[in-house]
Design a protein around this ligand. Structure first.
Ligand SMILES: [Zn+2]
Length: 307
């Protein structure tokens, strides 16, 4: 997967909460490591109590408080500074994620407009360790997720390392594109009012249908990625190769309920607890979206045959 060198990137669609407290879970500092950050935080509280807040930032900057108090703005500036064009996305991983998010939302805003609807942009938030969201607190163990209550996608990018090390996936940038486009599929479901149908568990449950539809929507974006114009008028994504699609399907095959239960769980597969569908189903619905390019073909709620 390559990006058009000259295309502009819109970093406003990604917020970098790494290295800040991220509105973190009780102690993102403790979760994430950063001993210096913890010292900085303690010093900040001490200074705030005894010396007044006005002097605290200066006093603590040298031991990491800068990250804690102003990390959000600092990091946002960094993304905006380093991720300006497709050329940046071709050489920097963070910028590649920005480009992928841009492409996915370019596609869906066009698709919504074509059907007379309005697409609302959803921001992706990078975090480390833990994060507080409109859906409650979460840690990296949750994996990437979409929160309907605040319309953000949350992702600790170390998940992609885990996909390789723990799930045995091939990995690669298009794996990440698949995961992100799946999460944006959930955002589309939120906008179309489908989210609340994703209830229960079991092989034909609303939860499974919702997840398989998000996989299908991911495939739909993959179909259109190289033909979706960015603001410049030219597509941001220059190519999606057979190898890219192979990597998406490889990932889908490793995050199915049956695969996870048998390989990573106790070994027994209990379909009554399925919430995402089997590996074969996840591959099938991504493929359906990719081959047809039509969101309407992703009607997992209206079929008796989920695969
Ligand atoms: Zn999902």
């Amino acid at each position: 997967m390559r990006f058009d060198d000259g295309a502009g990137l819109d970093t406003s669609e990604v917020q970098d909460l790494r290295g800040s407290d991220g509105g973190g879970v009780g102690g993102r500092v403790a979760l994430g490591g950063g001993g210096v950050g913890l010292v900085g935080l303690l010093i900040y509280f001490l200074m705030a109590q005894f010396g007044g807040t006005s002097t605290a930032p200066h006093a603590a900057d040298g031991v990491g408080l800068g990250d804690v108090s102003s990390g959000r703005q600092l990091d946002a500036t960094t993304l905006a500074q380093k991720c300006r064009t497709g050329a940046d996305a071709n050489r920097d991983h963070d910028c590649a994620i920005v480009a992928i998010v841009n492409s996915i939302q370019d596609y869906w805003s066009g698709e919504f407009a074509r059907s007379g609807q309005t697409y609302r942009t959803a921001t992706t938030r990078f975090f480390n360790g833990g994060v507080r969201t409109g859906c409650g607190s979460a840690t990296s163990d949750t994996g990437p997720f979409y929160c309907p209550a605040d319309s953000h996608v949350y992702i600790d990018l170390s998940f992609f390392d885990e996909l390789k090390s723990r799930f045995g996936a091939q990995g690669g940038l298009f794996t990440e594109a698949y995961v992100l486009s799946h999460e944006y599929g959930h955002h589309v479901q939120n906008l179309t009012g489908t989210s609340n149908r994703g209830t229960g568990s079991g092989p034909a449950s609303g939860s499974v249908r919702l997840e398989l539809q998000a996989d299908c929507y991911a495939g739909v974006w993959a179909n259109h990625a190289t033909s979706t114009p960015a603001e410049s008028g030219k597509p941001l994504v220059q190519d999606v190769t057979q190898d890219d699609i192979f990597r998406a399907l490889d990932t889908a095959s490793r995050i199915g309920d049956d695969y996870i239960q048998s390989r990573l769980g106790g070994g027994d597969v209990d379909s009554s607890s399925f919430t995402h569908g089997t590996s074969a189903q996840r591959e099938k619905w991504f493929t359906t979206g990719f081959q047809t390019g039509q969101p309407a073909r992703c009607n997992t709620f209206g079929t008796g045959n989920l695969g």
